[in-house]
Design a protein around this ligand. Structure first.
Ligand SMILES: [Zn+2]
Length: 253
């Protein structure tokens, strides 16, 4: 009798837990401001869609959607939720750190700050690239959430596949600040090096695609543990770093 009462109690608590989990709607309280074939844009500001930014973000998202999903051999039945804040202070308060965009894996939502109007071509490129960059994170972390723990792989792929690396390579011809392997593999490298960390991670990804092909990269995304990466590439991570350094010297010329 006592046992069944405890069982009933546990079942009741489980029911509350499951209801709480499934009942949480991360889009609650936000307005749907734009919907496309593969995305839904939400904002806490009802009129966020009045400026030209949301249409430009949506256009860039759709223009890159098939390219990115095909590249990573990924299919999703659901539309991507994208939360857009046009007030930077509100955005950073909500996120809790100094950033303009992030992918929240636990909710499968892209969250970005974007000014309501993208008046210059530079601003348009910056903020549309940001959404595409976060979408790459969404795709590869949906394939395997562990990718998010290997920072150089996760950020390098996002920087490469968003086209940001290509743009930077067009402007940059000298790589004087290439990190050592110790710096690069340190957990604080991204914090300490800022933009450079993205650039160098992106060039490693470019090197891997050039040298081993996209299928190898896709296998790495699906098996991101160091031993597995070394198996896929048939080399050590240390040797990969050395080979990449030589490759960068060639890119530089
Ligand atoms: Zn990123």
């Amino acid at each position: 009798m006592r046992g069944s009462a405890i069982t009933a109690g546990i079942l009741f608590l489980l029911l509350i837990f499951v209801t709480a989990c499934t009942g949480h709607d991360p889009n609650r309280g936000l307005s749907l401001i734009k919907e496309t074939d593969h995305s839904r844009f939400f904002s806490p500001e009802e009129h966020a869609g009045d400026g030209d930014a949301i249409s430009k973000l949506a256009e860039a998202f759709e223009a890159n959607y098939s390219r990115i999903t095909n590249f990573f051999q990924y299919e999703s039945a659901d539309k991507m939720s994208i939360h857009v804040y046009t007030n930077k202070a509100d955005f950073q308060k909500m996120i809790g750190r100094d950033t303009e965009g992030t992918y929240v894996a636990s909710e499968n939502i892209i969250k970005v700050y974007t000014p309501a109007n993208l008046t210059s071509p530079e601003a348009e490129a910056l903020f549309t690239d940001q959404v595409v960059h976060e979408f790459v994170h969404a795709v590869i972390q949906s394939i395997n959430p562990d990718v998010g723990r290997v920072k150089w792989l996760d950020e390098g792929i996002a920087y490469y596949a968003s086209g940001q690396l290509e743009k930077e390579l067009q402007m940059k011809t000298v790589f004087y600040d290439q990190p050592t392997f110790e710096q690069f593999s340190s957990p604080n490298y991204f914090e300490n090096a800022g933009g450079r960390a993205y650039f160098y991670s992106g060039t490693i990804i470019q090197y891997i695609i050039d040298q081993y092909g996209i299928d190898a990269l896709n296998e790495m995304i699906r098996n991101p543990e160091q031993k597995q990466l070394e198996r896929v590439l048939n080399t050590t991570i240390n040797q990969l770093f050395i080979d990449w350094t030589v490759y960068l010297l060639k890119v530089e010329q």
